[in-house]
Design a protein around this ligand. Structure first.
Ligand SMILES: [Zn+2]
Length: 104
């Protein structure tokens, strides 16, 4: 039965005593990856994506996405308007409505 904790293992001690560097992985071939901004709109449903999420068959100049709407194949109905008492809880600014929204 192995009961050695991470702090007392050689791996854990290396982590605790290793000199700090700007990048933990600086001694390996790993490099920090930056995803850039998630500001690319799906042309079909306007969901936000990272460029790297585009389908491989699409280009960077005309990206197409599949994880949101399957290239526009999935279309959801608009949300129905709730009954007036419930809609008021979402729209009003009174104490009761604020309490309702704090739990939703
Ligand atoms: Zn989409």
């Amino acid at each position: 039965m192995v009961t050695q904790s991470v702090a007392s293992s050689s791996y854990g001690n290396d982590l605790l005593t290793a000199p700090r560097s700007p990048c933990f992985c600086s001694n390996t071939n790993l490099r920090r990856h930056y995803l850039s901004k998630m500001d690319i709109l799906c042309p079909k449903c306007l969901a936000l994506h990272w460029m790297e999420e585009r389908l491989t068959k699409s280009s960077r100049s005309s990206p197409v996405f599949g994880t949101c709407c399957l290239e526009g194949k999935v279309k959801l109905h608009s949300l129905i308007t709730p009954p007036p008492p419930l809609e008021a809880l979402y729209d009003e600014n009174d104490d009761r409505s604020k309490l309702f929204r704090s739990h939703s």
